[in-house]
Ligand binder design. Structure first.
Ligand SMILES: [Zn+2]
Length: 99
């Protein structure tokens, strides 16, 4: 975790005497804000991963929307797939917001 902590210390953040209740790493303070660099780093990583998934899902959704078949059975399959993607996107967005 040195790679997370070093730039932080160089940026003028102050290492506190307290530890993060979640991961046990030392807490830092900068501009009056106390935070855990490890948890923040993980959160950012997770958000980046989620954005990647979200982008791919949106791409697929676009693809499906742009190629709707005329045949009714096929159309139904298409729409069902689109519905699932939209459901997934909503779930991902909730996860992201609650993180
Ligand atoms: Zn932490």
């Amino acid at each position: 975790m040195r790679t997370v902590l070093m730039p932080l210390m160089l940026s003028g953040a102050k290492m506190l005497d307290k530890h993060c209740p979640r991961c046990g790493s030392p807490l830092f303070e900068k501009d009056g804000r106390v935070f855990c660099p490890i948890c923040e780093h993980r959160k950012k990583q997770r958000q980046a991963e989620m954005r990647g998934v979200e982008e791919r899902l949106l791409e697929k959704l676009n693809e499906l929307a742009n190629s709707l078949p005329d045949e009714i059975d096929e159309l139904e399959k298409h729409l069902r797939a689109m519905e699932k993607i939209i459901e997934l996107l909503e779930k991902y967005r909730k996860l992201e917001g609650g993180g």
